[in-house]
Design a protein around this ligand. Structure first.
Ligand SMILES: *Cc1c(COP(=O)(O)O)cnc(C)c1O
Length: 379
């Protein structure tokens, strides 16, 4: 039915984004960090309907790295689910802090606080909830837990741009929230990320640290200037966002509500309706009335995941496994058996293609292929 491979995820960009890039190149020629980045930050703030400041950087990983640097000291520990993108763990260890891998609640794949509680030590400084598949889990409970044990909360909201929790947009409340705008996220700026918080000290740190630690260089950049005479007191990074990235991000933000959000939600609903009666498939618990799904992972039961994976590949359908648990990686311990729930999920999870311009006929083709697999005697 289809000759071309159906991709698992992709950027949805076109003429408008190209025109925005052309505008920066032809009208302005200033590609580095300047006015365009400031405008993107202001528009994000406006979108989130918050008076919190937004600071953009050049990736979600950079956002998390600086957020961790701003809130912890080297060797302090951060409670985090093992089942997340490698970025989450690398951002923590890059800052010299120690990621403490925790179990997840299997229904939502968000951090299991019962388990996390057993891993508290005198070194525990923060908890990093990951909004897996755009699901914020029980954030209220997480914040209560953090308050009780005097922990900072750094939300890895890379999947959760545009999502609501209890009627509030993710990023408009909470301690420190980090977004990613990489190519396949709910909106993209090509590459990019953002830190949002009410903590002025964190804002100041991230603004400076993204420009090699030069104090208040951000203000100069927004006016098309830069600092020549300065002192630096700590290790900074080249993590600022460029005007080119910001120009793409601004267009994507405009397209989000009318195009990307309904596109993603409708596809997820289609999958759910069509596959809900398959005995070999389970969905995550998530509320499609308040979230905007970044990925669509299903649980494939009875040890059939790998054969379904192979079956779909032969049908030219690209699928994914989100994610290999980080505690299984050598750098983070590499010990099997430590987190049995997480390790079982790792054998069951399979993500189906999801992006706003995935065609109806392609979704139907994917659904048919999954159904065929479970009906076939040869699986
Ligand atoms: C994408 C992602 C990140 C990192 O974002 P980048 O912009 O790719 O650096 C972090 N955490 C999770 C869960 C992600 O999916």
């Amino acid at each position: 039915m289809t000759n071309n491979k159906i991709r698992l995820s992709k950027s949805v960009v076109g003429k408008q984004e190209a025109e925005a890039l052309a505008r920066i190149i032809f009208e302005n020629g200033y590609l580095g960090m300047g006015k365009e980045v400031q405008l993107f930050e202001q528009e994000l703030q406006h979108f989130l309907r918050t008076d919190r400041q937004v600071v953009c950087v050049n990736s979600g990983t950079a956002a998390l790295h600086l957020a961790v640097m701003a809130t912890t000291k080297p060797r302090e520990e951060i409670l985090v689910q093992s089942l997340t993108f490698l970025s989450t763990f690398q951002a923590i260890s890059a800052a010299g802090a120690i990621p403490i891998p925790c179990e997840v609640i299997p229904e939502t794949i968000t951090i299991n606080l019962e388990d996390a509680k057993t891993r508290l030590t005198e070194w525990t400084k923060a908890i990093m909830p990951v909004h897996y598949a755009s699901n914020p889990g029980n954030l209220e409970e997480i914040y209560r837990f953090a308050q009780k044990y005097n922990l900072r909360v750094i939300e890895d909201a890379a999947h959760a741009f545009g999502c609501y929790y209890n009627g509030k947009l993710i990023g408009s409340f909470g301690d420190v929230v980090c977004f990613s705008f990489d190519g396949i996220k709910n909106i993209t700026s090509g590459e990019g990320g953002a830190v949002i918080t009410t903590d002025q000290r964190v804002i100041q740190f991230v603004q400076d640290a993204r420009l090699l630690g030069i104090h208040k260089d951000t203000e100069k950049r927004y006016q098309g200037q830069r600092s020549w005479e300065f002192d630096v007191t700590y290790q900074g990074y080249r993590y600022h966002m460029s005007n080119l990235f910001a120009a793409i991000g601004r267009v994507q933000l405009q397209r989000f509500e009318k195009e990307f959000k309904p596109g993603r939600i409708n596809l997820a609903k289609k999958y759910r309706n069509a596959l809900k009666d398959l005995p070999g498939v389970k969905f995550l618990e998530s509320d499609l009335e308040s979230i905007v799904p970044h990925i669509f992972p299903i649980k494939v039961l009875h040890e059939k995941r790998d054969s379904l994976h192979q079956w779909l590949l032969t049908k030219n359908i690209e699928v994914g496994i989100h994610y290999k648990p980080n505690h299984l990686l050598s750098y983070y311990g590499g010990k099997k058996g430590l987190l049995p729930v997480t390790e079982r999920l790792y054998q069951e999870l399979l993500s189906l293609p999801l992006y706003p311009d995935l065609k109806d006929k392609d979704v139907e083709y994917i659904i048919e292929a999954v159904k065929q697999f479970f009906e076939s005697k040869h699986r």
